[in-house]
Design a protein around this ligand. Structure first.
Ligand code: HGY
Ligand code: MN
Ligand code: MN
Length: 410
């Protein structure tokens, strides 16, 4: 079988898991039933390849080719969880490609001198507990076990309980320096969440790119509080409506981001009491803001909060802003980056991204880290419309195999 055929065969096994038939989007929340099916699939696939499987104290899944303690392990992988109604490729493509890259190395008789690991990090999207890259941040110590245990999902389920139901010991959530020290280099393959590769001239060019780094970005919870009242009997001048303050803030975020050449999104809002015929008492909105550099990001968020506060004074409402997660700008290891470009034949673009990744968390913990991007023709992501061609995905498998061979065999 060709690599394309093997990709299509393995990929088709994942498609039905957690897929919403009405939208085609994926609901793969960490430690949910679909997630456990993905975990079982990953572990079965690893065992079929005689890889040693383990789950670490933070719920990250590992599969090892060789003794992980032999030193300078070359680790690849990504995540299996999704945003609500997300696409099929964001995360799982890195896992499937890693399993197939191991197959390619074995067909070619490659015997690595260093251990090769595949990791599926837990809760990369933060879609259930609200903190992105939870599993990798716990591993590196960027997030404490205490803060993680205190997180609660939108149904009020504490993370500690969900983790226990997943077979973990919540008291052991936290930094795992010994495991982190096993990693000599980490390479994450990911679908590009943008169009830099597909816009590139010469469509026949290798559909891969190498990551230069990630933008600084973060999530802020904005809580707007007003006065609940009757929608029918409360005169407009007498209202203190937090929805109005929130709506104004969303428009201000959009305008300020455009002015700053940055990105600002409010894609999640919670309203209390959330009744059609009641002026709300409270509106909570989550701001996702990103920019090419830290000072632009800081200015953007500060400006948005200032506009919100000014509007709240006019509406007789209040607003508070709480930082929920922050990801600083990350530049990937330049030597490793250039080594990937060489291993892939040289004619490979180096591209930045506004998306966050576990790779950026590991890079922030001084692990030599790189990213390999696979062309996304539309650039769309975090949507059921996310798409990559089988041929491009197979090129990603081949490219990852070349990179792993280069890193683990020299
Ligand atoms: O939000 C992000 O950039 C990533 O998909 N978690
Ligand atoms: Mn994502
Ligand atoms: Mn991702």
């Amino acid at each position: 079988m060709s690599t394309v055929e093997r990709f299509v065969s393995l990929w088709s096994q994942l498609q039905p898991i957690g897929r919403d038939p009405a939208t085609g989007g994926y609901l793969r929340y960490t430690w949910s039933r679909p997630y456990f099916a993905l975990r079982d699939w990953f572990q079965d696939q690893a065992r079929e390849r005689s890889l040693d499987v383990e789950t670490d104290a933070n719920g990250n899944l590992w599969a090892w080719w060789g003794d992980p303690h032999a030193g300078e392990a070359v680790v690849t992988g990504s995540h299996l969880d999704s945003v609500p109604y997300g696409g099929a490729y964001d995360g799982p493509l890195g896992i499937v490609s890693a399993l197939l890259a191991v197959d390619v190395l074995r067909w070619r008789g490659v015997t690595p001198e260093r251990p090769i690991g595949i990791v599926a990090f837990a809760e990369e999207e933060g879609a259930r507990f609200g903190v992105a890259c939870l599993g990798s941040r716990l591993l590196t110590g960027e997030l404490t076990g205490e803060r993680a245990r205190a997180l609660v999902d939108s149904d009020g389920v504490p993370l500690a309980r969900a983790a226990a139901e997943a077979g973990l010991d919540p008291s052991r959530l936290g930094p795992d320096k010994a495991r982190l020290a096993l990693i000599g280099a980490f390479v994450e393959l990911h679908i590009e969440q943008g169009r830099l590769l597909s816009n590139r001239a010469g469509g026949e060019a290798l559909p891969l790119g190498v990551g230069s780094g990630t933008w600084p970005h973060g999530r802020w919870r904005l809580e707007f509080t007003g006065e609940a009242n009757h929608a029918g009997t409360t005169l407009m001048p007498d209202r203190h409506d937090p929805m109005v303050t929130c709506a104004y803030t969303v428009l201000a975020a959009n305008k300020q981001a455009r002015l700053a050449g940055a990105n600002a999104t409010v894609g999640r809002v919670a309203v209390a009491p959330n009744a059609t015929n009641a002026v709300p008492e409270r509106v909570t909105a989550w701001l996702d803001a990103r920019a090419a550099d830290q000072s632009t990001l800081d200015d953007l968020v500060e400006t948005v909060v200032r506009h919100a506060t000014r509007r709240a004074a006019r509406d007789g409402t209040t607003v508070s802003a709480t930082t929920e997660s922050i990801s600083p700008e990350v530049r990937f290891d330049e030597k490793l980056r250039d080594r990937l470009v060489t291993a892939l034949g040289g004619d490979v673009p180096v591209i930045g991204t506004g998306a966050g990744h576990d790779a950026a968390v590991l890079a922030g913990a001084a692990v030599a880290t790189a990213m390999l991007f696979v062309r996304n023709p539309s650039g769309v992501s975090h949507s059921p419309a996310e798409q990559a061609t089988d041929a491009d995905c197979a090129a990603g498998v081949e490219g990852l195999a070349r990179v792993l061979a280069d890193l683990a065999c020299r």
